[in-house]
Design a protein around this ligand. Sequence first.
Ligand code: ARG
Length: 460
Amino acid sequence: NRTSLWGGRFAGGPSEALARLSVSVQFDWRLAPYDLAGSRAHARVLARAGLLDAEELGRVLAALDDLEAACASGEFRPTIDDEDVHTALERGMLERLGTLGGKLRAGRSRNDQVATDLRLYLRDHARGVAERLVELADALVEQAERHVDTPAPGMTHVQHAQPVTFGHWLLAHVQPLLRDLERLRDWDARTAISPLGAGALAGSSLPLDPVQVAKELGFTASAANSMDAVADRDFVAEFLFVTSLIGVHLSRLGEEVVLWTSQEFGWVELDDSFATGSSIMPQKKNADIAELARGKSGRLVGGLVAVLTMLKGLPLTYDRDMQEDKEPVFDAVDTLQLLLPALAGMISTMTVRVDRLAAAAPVGFTLATEVADWLVVKGVPFREAHEITGKLVALCVARDCALDEVSDEDLTLVSPHLDAGVRDVLSVRSALAARTTPGSTGPGPVADQLATAIDKLAGW
Ligand code: ARG
């Protein structure tokens, strides 16, 4: 029955309302493999401490293996009477070992157990998220490779600004993902600390060996402070910050794909298998994956806010509030595991309309800065060059013509500094080719950037 973990002091079982509020096994059951791994390490440390003899250790380990297999096959399932994953698995051990199953509780509390389980789960699943991130980055890189020379109208404020290469633009979505991968990596280094041995909060009077347990579970060290070990959920909040930021990055990419695939832009066509239609309008082709990328950032950010708000003001050490830490991280992992492969597929199969992009690149006087820079090279102070170029643009707007369509006469009329020579810089090609400094949009630096990105991704 439900009082099995603390029956002694209590006259009766919990009320139905308490049990229903308290139960977490419906979501924390996914921690079972990690709880079992922790139990294996704990059984060994109890044996080394002389608290389990060799025969008992053998039986406990065999029961853990058997229970693990039964969990994996679905033969052992939590019931509505199991409060949480720890309670359920203890029942499984008692069913297999009788009273010997109760020895595993020595020197351990659900407080250090749950903190350990969640660290193990998240370290494991962060690797999966990183792999999916690499796949999306690879898809963007592959597209970028095809468009190192493809001109596009770079934008600020969603207004045409200066020509860029579309490869450069795609790589601008890869850089944040590379930073996210680094964030996951250094998050892992901080999360690789084992809480086991902290017990409820004070450590244990039993001769346990937290350092050895930490090693066995793949952690780099055991916690420096048993109170902090059970109170700390930084690793949860930090993980949710990283997943939130990933969500933000994916939402910005998603928004651009929505724009690019619109009739007005027409820069990108999605593959049929990564687009959706309408139940009423037969002609529709929608970028639902991109929209879901935009939309799902909301739940990722929401999870971060929920956990920070839950932790704020909590007294040390463990408080039951902290049971609320799990669903947001589980949801973040599930969300990214669904979203990232869909985005990667959408990006790698999309067709870029090079003709439309190239035609759009000079529209909106995106070469005006080239005129100003040409004047600067001739010795005109930029402030004046900016003014002169502005007048030239105003003339073109009034005449509804392009910058390179202004006659020699009119050029000198706008400014004696201007002459026919300026037309040399008035092509998108020359504007792109002129950008040779590291990190800029010219085909040369973009090729360098591409090589570095490929290198970094290969090393992941
Ligand atoms: N289900 C609990 C949680 O997720 C486990 C720890 C419970 N500890 C306790 N002392 N009530 O936080």
